[in-house]
Design a protein around this ligand. Structure first.
Ligand SMILES: NC(=O)c1ccc[n+]([C@@H]2O[C@H](COP(=O)([O-])OP(=O)(O)OC[C@H]3O[C@@H](n4cnc5c(N)ncnc54)[C@H](O)[C@@H]3O)[C@@H](O)[C@H]2O)c1
Length: 370
């Protein structure tokens, strides 16, 4: 198979869909890999390192999209729509539920669109989202702590306080992968931390992990409102896989927060779990509503792109190799969990949540593949 690795064009996105090590694995299986020039240049993967691994370096995206399968990181940007063609396999994050335009173009061009974020494993977890959520969760506390500083518009509170002075209140909504990492970082910095989740089993697991250091709360509109009101830093990490994020923090709750408080809405790539959230970029990451600083960058791990690329490709590699070696239909037959990643196929939406949220007809991937 011919595999293409484009340079990402989303603003300040320096992650790349394959490392030289991953290219080498493809080449050793007999595949040809086209890597766009400078695709990994910012994070220490030179064209030469890809060439040494067996890749062909090509100029510009048009040459990469001649491939049968394109492996990238972020959802398509508008400028990339022109390169799509019928039957192209696209393997990357897509986040289609809040993105009608991208979904429509993938349908129109009849792309085989496999989204990292809806592939599941035997436990029902999201193995290809997990490493990025871990990174975003950890970054959320760094950026939240910075935004709390007066010189960044915050209320001038140090996360951990000092002896004799109370630490900051950090409220993490959603205790999954990103939420757990955020809580861990915040506890490590010495903050008072509470995690809210509507999965009691998860609250039990968190309690067993961290004991009395971490307060856990069952998430209801009332508990969220009470916790958010007194928070210095709120981290939103709610996810219902594939769906638009529910707005668990309302405008009214944001209004009740004290000026200079901070919200980091990690869930923004699925539309955000805070009613006042809107997507921002690394160039201009924050804005203020009712005196509360909002950080809503949709590609947070892009800030630590080398770590993120290594973490991402270590989990995508086996799936990408299976697709390349067997073809997507056989790979998905052998691994029905990979089939969960198929979001658009033969012009139809094959993810039930995406179809529901965008009000489009749903067709099961299984029925189309057999
Ligand atoms: N902004 C970024 O750059 C970035 C990077 C990585 C991940 N993400 C996003 O972060 C989000 C979280 O990802 P994750 O891997 O941690 O998901 P996860 O599935 O591991 O965790 C989500 C948690 O939300 C909980 N939840 C669901 N509904 C809830 C509610 N009403 N109240 C409280 N909790 C509720 C679930 O029980 C679960 O524990 C996703 O939207 C993901 O796409 C964003």
């Amino acid at each position: 198979m011919i595999i293409g690795i484009p340079k990402e064009i989303k603003i300040h996105e320096y992650r790349v869909g394959a490392t030289p090590a991953m290219v080498r694995a493809f080449v050793e299986c007999g595949h040809q890999v086209l890597v766009e020039t400078k695709a990994g240049a910012k994070i220490g993967f030179s064209d030469e390192s890809y060439r040494s691994a067996g890749a062909t370096i090509v100029d510009g995206p048009a040459a990469v999209y001649r491939a049968e399968m394109v492996i990238k990181v972020k959802e398509l940007q508008e400028a990339e729509y022109a390169f799509l063609y019928e039957g192209l396999i696209l393997f990357c994050y897509l986040h289609l539920a809040p993105d009608l335009a991208q979904t429509k173009i993938l349908m129109e061009k009849k792309v085989v669109a496999i989204a990292y974020e809806t592939v599941i494993d035997a436990k029902g977890q999201l193995p290809l989202l997990m490493p990025m959520s871990e990174i975003a969760g950890r970054i959320s506390i760094q950026v939240g702590a910075t935004a709390l500083q007066l010189n960044y518009g915050g209320k001038g509170i140090l996360l951990g306080g000092v002896p004799g002075v109370t630490p900051a209140n950090v409220v993490v909504i959603g205790g999954g992968t990103a939420g757990t990492e955020a809580a861990r970082m915040a506890m490590g910095a010495g903050a008072r931390v509470v995690v809210l989740d509507n999965n009691v089993g998860r609250l039990h697991e968190l309690d067993a992990l961290y004991g009395p250091l971490l307060q856990t709360l069952y998430s209801t509109p009332q508990t969220v409102e009470d916790a958010v009101k007194d928070a210095d830093l709120v981290v939103g990490t709610v996810l219902v896989a594939g769906k638009v994020a529910p707005k668990v923090v309302t405008k009214k709750m944001v209004k009740q927060m004290s000026p200079g408080s901070v919200i980091v809405d990690i869930s923004i790539d699925q539309g955000g779990c805070v009613e006042t959230s809107r997507p921002t970029t690394h160039d201009d990451p924050t804005y203020v509503v009712d005196g509360v600083i909002h950080y809503c960058v949709t590609n947070m791990p892009g800030a630590c792109a080398r770590t993120a690329t290594l973490a991402l490709t270590q989990v995508t590699m086996s799936y990408a190799l299976a697709i390349a070696n067997k073809g997507y239909a056989q790979a998905m037959k052998d691994d029905p969990f990979l089939r969960e990643g198929l979001n658009v196929y033969k012009g139809k939406v094959t993810n039930v949540h995406v179809a529901h949220d965008l009000n489009l007809p749903f067709t099961s991937a299984e029925s189309l593949l057999t």
